[in-house]
Design a protein around this ligand. Structure first.
Ligand code: KG4
Ligand code: ZN
Length: 358
């Protein structure tokens, strides 16, 4: 079956087409990405140091038609009424005005071509980025402990099956990606800060500064990153006395020390949760999963524990619509509602918590 998916929850306008083939009921499906078009608004939001919802929505409106046209063309789909089997769209969580653009576009396509439409949770999408690319899924994958790390989320989620989630831990304040972005700003680096901090950290000493490991000792599986960001702010004040700029070496050492603290908490908490739940698999996803140090540390930890470690292919770590299409495929397999009138936006959707609207 061919699935066309639309994603507009934040600052990427994305449309993808995937094809799912299944030879036999007991065989795993083969998923191919026929097109995966992502139009980024980063250049515009860089000027404001973050994403402005109304501006993001305006850009989605300006771009979505063309992004859809390109994705359809690249996938070789010329007659939507005939070629599309299923439509999918991100319905939350995210920025309300931005989500509404993708949702309206998807609902219009579903109405115009009389197609089923599935509303997808963006975080369910991130989890399913692991079913793309060359990733090989083991047979005994479930229950899997998911570490989902993005600009808005730092979640530990137990996945018993596709669509069956339970939140084990979450951030009590800032998300880890948000902390990367804010620390980057303190160092004078442009938005989004994550990739810039991780590049700069390569040049620095992770043991140069002793930064706090928030909630490392707490018995639960929750996180907190706003204190770490504030600790970096005070550290910079202590170093410069407010009287001079940081040197390049100091910046690199701060980036490396911050990254070390942020990742150590993720790793230790994930390890403790995996041991407590005795899971056979740990899965990583979300924008921060592009971080090379996090990918390495998690892989090493899993091999040490003797469990599967599943990490998304680099090209599917950031926001994209291919992952939304995969999540929709599995939702369709379990007969999720798919009449377009019932698909509503929910900017505050939470994985594993029954939604207020379908
Ligand atoms: O999943 P995503 O693309 O959007 C949201 O759903 O939030 O995640 C974006 C976040 C941003 O905070 C960005 O700075 C962070 O992912 N990020 C990284 C890296 N690449 C992206 N953080 C750390 N290291 C990276 N290499
Ligand atoms: Zn995301």
């Amino acid at each position: 079956m061919k699935i066309v998916a639309i994603e507009s929850s934040c600052d990427e306008t994305a449309v993808a087409v995937i094809e799912v083939l299944r030879q036999a009921q007991d065989k795993p499906e083969s998923i191919s990405v026929l097109s995966n078009v992502v139009s980024s608004q980063i250049a515009m939001h860089e000027r404001y140091g973050g994403v402005v919802p109304a501006l993001a929505a305006r850009e989605h409106v300006a771009n979505i038609g063309q992004v859809y046209g390109t994705a359809m063309k690249e996938a070789g789909l010329h007659d939507p009424a005939h070629d599309i089997d299923l439509l999918a769209v991100t319905r939350g969580p995210g920025l309300g005005p931005a989500l509404l653009v993708g949702l309206t576009f998807a609902r219009t396509l579903a109405w115009r071509y009389d197609k089923p439409l599935i509303g997808v949770d963006h975080m369910d999408g991130h989890v399913h980025s692991n079913w793309l690319g060359d990733n090989k899924m083991p047979n005994d994958i479930f229950p899997a402990l998911n570490l989902i790390v993005s600009g808005g989320h730092t979640d530990l989620v137990l996945m018993r099956d596709h669509g069956d989630y339970e939140i084990i831990g979450e951030t009590l304040d800032d998300a880890v990606g948000e902390a990367f972005d804010k620390v980057a700003r303190l160092l004078g680096l442009p938005y989004p800060g994550g990739p810039k901090i991780s590049a700069l950290a390569l040049l620095g000493n992770p043991a140069a500064y002793d930064l706090p490991r928030p909630m490392l000792k707490s018995p639960d599986f929750n996180f907190s990153y706003s204190g770490l960001k504030t600790a970096v702010l005070y550290l910079i004040r202590d170093i410069t006395g407010g009287a001079r700029e940081l040197t390049e070496t100091e910046k690199a050492d701060i980036a490396a020390s911050f990254q070390e603290a942020a990742i150590e908490v993720l790793i230790q908490k994930t390890r403790r949760a995996a041991e407590a739940l005795a899971v056979p698999t740990i899965m990583l996803s979300g924008g921060v999963s592009a971080n090379a140090q996090l990918r390495k540390r998690l892989t090493d930890m899993c091999s040490d524990m003797g469990i599967h470690c599943i990490i998304p292919a680099m090209e599917y770590t950031g926001d994209n619509a291919a992952m939304i299409a995969v999540a929709a495929y599995f939702a369709h397999q379990r007969d999720a509602a798919s009449d377009w009138q019932s698909v509503q936006m929910d900017a505050n959707l939470r994985l594993g918590i029954p939604p207020s609207t379908p």
